[in-house]
Design a protein around this ligand. Structure first.
Ligand code: SAH
Ligand code: SF4
Length: 362
């Protein structure tokens, strides 16, 4: 569905009955566009070594109080096995932006191993920041299917205010990376932070139009959460309240669902950092993906992008039904590359939870 900037802006300020109606419409459009299954992606935070210094992020290179780690292959593959055995359809490997050959070849090796140990059935999503076209292709050839790279803000000026002013943090390079990822054959995901200092509803309306214009396959967007020891921390007192950031994120998810009915939209962890029912609420107004954290306990505390990060999926999943053992590829992607999408690819499922699964309890 196409909306004007003004229409989007109005939906982003909906209150009361209009808000209820927006959420209900988004839920209906989701059911028609992608079905009611929720897809699980096991999130593995591979390394917090990062060459960038984004002003909002707790693992920025300038944060000397951050203890740096990289998981061993065994630790990653152990978490992958756990995901596979528990019926997850995909895993996400995420980490800081590191362009060393050691890192690039380690990720390549891990992706191949994941494909081998799951007989090619597990979906593999990567999120390692901006890389060269050659690197995207190497990882794609190894078996990765999807890539998440948030634009963070589609507004050039706001992007400039939340990043250092140097060539390493270039808005144009970020946009180019999204084009390169698409050209390399990935399902491409992007997203923004919501409730950033200096951010207005006009910025957010423009963000949604940017995503539609870029014809993305997946989206992960979440509230900005203040991170200690970061330059943007000084604006903590000037932000809208956490509750407002939270509600605005739900509105963003709902409006994006109306605009792009067949993409995958994640209910992000940062939502849960604010409201214990955060992910569930997002699922009810348009999201269809959750990413439980499978990072080994020993290092979790060091991957603190922001504070109060919830450590794993807890009690609340999910009245709608979980798509166990399903990769849950973006239907939008499948259509745009000419794959046939059957009606049963989006049937509404009610699936009993797998007994003994420590991550997922109702
Ligand atoms: N280094 C990669 C991937 C890891 S960071 C990259 O930057 O693309 C993953 C995401 O964490 C970022 O895209 C950013 O949107 C989010 N993030 C970082 N700091 C945050 C904060 N303080 N609040 C909310 N989200 C944050
Ligand atoms: Fe590094 Fe990503 Fe954090 Fe920026 S947001 S400092 S690229 S980990």
């Amino acid at each position: 569905m196409r909306y004007t900037h003004a229409e989007i802006r109005e939906m982003l300020s909906a209150q009361g009955g209009a808000l209820e109606e927006l959420f209900q419409r988004a839920a209906r459009v989701k059911a028609e566009g992608v079905g009611n299954s929720v897809y699980l992606r096991g999130l593995i935070e591979y390394s917090n070594i990062c060459r960038k210094n984004c002003l909002y992020c707790g693992i920025r290179s300038g944060n000397v109080s951050c203890v740096r780690y990289t998981l061993s292959d065994d630790a990653v593959l152990g978490a992958v096995r756990q995901a596979y055995e528990q019926g997850y359809g995909s895993v996400v490997l995420q980490g800081g932006e590191n362009i060393s050959e050691t890192h690039i070849s380690a990720v390549e090796r891990l992706v191949r191993e994941i494909a081998r140990l799951s007989n090619g059935t597990l979906g593999v999503t990567l999120s390692f920041g901006e890389q060269s076209l050659d690197t995207y292709r190497r990882w794609r050839d190894a078996g990765a299917h999807r890539y998440l790279l948030r634009i963070e803000s589609s507004d050039r000026e706001l992007y400039g205010r939340i990043h250092p002013q140097d060539s390493l943090h270039s808005y144009d390079a970020r946009v180019q990376a999204l084009h390169d990822l698409r050209a390399s054959g990935y399902q491409v995901g992007t997203g923004v932070m919501i409730g950033l200092p200096f951010q207005t509803l006009d910025h957010l309306a423009a963000d949604l139009l940017f995503m539609q214009e870029m014809d993305i396959d997946m989206c992960g967007m979440g509230p900005y959460v203040v991170s200690k020891n970061t330059p943007l921390e000084v604006y903590a007192g000037e932000l809208m309240s956490e509750q407002k950031r939270f509600l605005l994120t739900l509105r963003m998810i709902a409006v994006l669902r109306l605009m792009m009915p067949d993409i995958n939209i994640a209910a992000t962890t940062a939502l849960q950092a604010i409201d214990p029912e955060g992910r569930l609420k997002a699922i009810r107004c348009g999201a269809n993906v959750v990413m439980p954290n499978l990072t080994p306990e020993e290092v979790r505390g060091n991957y603190t992008l922001y504070n109060n990060k919830p450590l794993s999926l807890d009690s609340q999943i999910l009245e709608a039904g979980v798509g166990y053992r399903e990769r849950g590829d973006s239907l939008h992607y499948r259509r745009r590359v000419g794959q046939y999408v059957k009606k049963t690819d989006m049937t509404v499922k009610k699936i009993t939870l797998i007994a003994g699964n420590p991550e997922i309890k109702v």
